[in-house]
Design a binder for this molecule. Structure first.
Ligand code: SF4
Ligand code: SF4
Length: 157
């Protein structure tokens, strides 16, 4: 799965371009399966990615069973032949990572480029990483611990 290191992101948005070029053959950030959140006032840039949730709201909301998990990569994928374009998945996803791509109203999402995510390959700063699920969980715990330590330092008397 993907792990984000926001402190390394420079908001160059190459990841968005690499994503759509790989998936759709065009450079079109609005169609990208990830979006870089840009907060210039705080000097913070955060790539927002699909979490490939264990219990996925997009999958549960889909009335036609069009979203299924690829057991090799762990990614949830959209079967466009079953997608009816109702956009229930868009409303359900808490991260806003379902995207509308096709002219026929079908939805799409990050499929981890079938195990070779191009956003990771293109990022010059290492802000995106592709790791095994257990390593990802460990990386998240470390990140939370690091932030917590920063907060505790701020309140120490
Ligand atoms: S390619 Fe890397 S540095 Fe550039 S916006 Fe994406 S995550 Fe950030
Ligand atoms: S699209 Fe949203 S709900 Fe579905 S797996 Fe990705 S983050 Fe989770």
């Amino acid at each position: 799965m993907l792990v984000v290191h926001p402190e390394r992101c420079t908001a160059c948005r190459l990841c968005e371009l690499a994503c759509t070029f790989h998936q759709d053959g065009v450079f079109h950030p609005l169609k990208a399966r990830l979006t870089v959140g840009i907060f210039p006032e705080d000097d913070v840039f955060v790539p927002i990615i699909c979490e490939q949730c264990e219990v996925a709201a997009c999958q549960e909301a889909c009335p036609s069973g069009a979203i299924t998990r690829n057991l090799e990569t762990g990614a949830l994928e959209v079967n466009t032949s079953r997608c009816v374009g109702c956009r229930m998945c868009v409303m359900a996803c808490p991260f806003g990572t379902m995207v509308h791509v096709d002219v026929d109203g079908k939805m799409q999402k990050c499929d981890l480029c079938k195990g070779d995510p191009q956003c990771v390959a293109v990022c010059p700063w290492g802000a995106l990483e592709y790791v095994e699920p257990n390593d990802a969980a460990l990386a998240r715990r470390r990140e939370v611990a690091r932030r917590l330590a920063g907060v505790l330092k701020g309140v120490r008397v």
